[in-house]
Design a protein around this ligand. Sequence first.
Ligand code: OGA
Ligand code: MN
Length: 292
Amino acid sequence: MELVPLGPGFGVEVKGVSLLDVAVDAEAYKAVRAAFETHSLLVFRNQTIADDIQVAYSRAFGPLELTKLASVGANSFYSRLTNVGSQGEIVPLDHRQVLVAKANALWHTDSSFKKTPALASVLTARVLPGEDGDTEFTSTRLAWERLPADLQARLKDAVATHSYANSRDQIHPDLANAEERKALPPVRWRLNWRNPSNDRRALYVASHAYAIDGMDDRDARQLLAQLLDEATRQEFVYTHKWRTGDAVMWDNRAMLHRGRPWDYTKERSMVRTTISATDADGLGEVKPPVLH
Ligand code: OGA
Ligand code: MN
């Protein structure tokens, strides 16, 4: 296996090991898992891309999430991010599936709004629009390490609230429907996530976060916006330009990402699988102490 550095201080292209190798070979898995813990973002090029290979690869890392009810691919292991509708047509610009793409264009980490957040996501390109539609990444581990010591100390045990509705409402008031709002009530997480394999902390923020315990709501929103702005400054960003055959995996504990716009009259279809965090991934420490 060869690792070629990609981004500013994070991210590598993995060469010499395929998705399928990881699925079937414990040694290959171990090597790729170690790269994932260290580099937070892995890019595989020229892969055979298929649903079953993607699931077999993803499963090696832990339990898989089921896709949300109102999403394309609901209640399966696959989130289908596409602007093609059920009849094979390109959906209109005001269609929910385009709004979903716009919500994904806000800096976020996947599933921080779920009862069990995500360890990692695996995204594969199926149909690309020809140009644009890149995906951008930044390291919240490096963002945490850049924070002044006094702010780190203040945020070490701070707890933020995340909800699905908070990010969707920034795009359109109906994007999160009543059923989703009910199924996805707000959840609270520590503002940093320590990786138990290397002890490195990462800032845990996202477009889904909106409140901090013990803080005035306006001040909290302002602080969260500042933290996001600082983490995502252009010089700290890696832009992934998709090619057919690409598979990209990122650590949701230590990365923010966002999709970039494209010409929505052209097809862009991607498939994501998502691995849930477990206590072995440090989940227990992200949970705030239970208040009695
Ligand atoms: C995702 C996501 C952005 C993109 O799959 O979780 O945010 O560029 N995707 O498709
Ligand atoms: Mn995402």
